[in-house]
Ligand binder design. Sequence first.
Ligand code: 13P
Length: 254
Amino acid sequence: MTERRKLIAGNWKMNGLKTDGVALARAVAAQRAAAGPSAASAVDLLVCPPATLVWPVAEAVAGTGLAVGGQDCHPKVSGAHTGDISAAMLAEAGCTAVIVGHSERRQDHGEGDALIAAKAAAAHAAGLMAIICVGETETERDRGDAGTVVQRQLTGSIPPGATAANTVIAYEPVWAIGTGRTATATDVAEIHALIRADLVRRLATGNGVRILYGGSVKPANARDLMAVPDVDGALVGGASLKADEFWAIAMSCP
Ligand code: 13P
């Protein structure tokens, strides 16, 4: 069986100013250092601050083992794209990863699968790991379409050139994000198995691609969720804004 290191990623979304963000990242790095080398080497830790904070946060945690990522990037390298940020800009600022296709981008900015695939390809070209998000809405789940929707998103939003080294998939059911509702272990197992089967079918290294669960992950439910087969970590929103909670989730990994 392929060994997959667990990845606990914090998506800070549009929260915090510079002082808060730097302090939060330093606090996470301090927890990791205090836990000692064996705990620290057990999981990969990543924080994804708002774009303006990427640079100071990356500087603040340089050399601590805490990785920094962006929350979005433009598919193009440069050009007339007001308000956007390229993958190379994120890499220069100290990022090693970027989230693409988060449901809040899909909803708020009308992003579709082809654009998300292009963003992921741009991330790869800049040497970043792309965290590609998929997940059904409540209506789609109630209709019994969760699997079909996730399959369609996978087919459309994973670019050619994706490998276990440069790509992570995050399954985030939209109805579980920020709501306090989490998918049951059975639902998560079912969708993660579907994602794994798709990755194995399409990519030579599909068995090594990490699949994260996201949606109201908290210290209280992390242990159960992280024990589900094919759950290789978490993409954490609200609880990633508190260093203690984020660290407790990281320490819940089996
Ligand atoms: P919450 O953990 O706040 O539900 O957010 C999940 C999420 O959207 C992470 O990307």
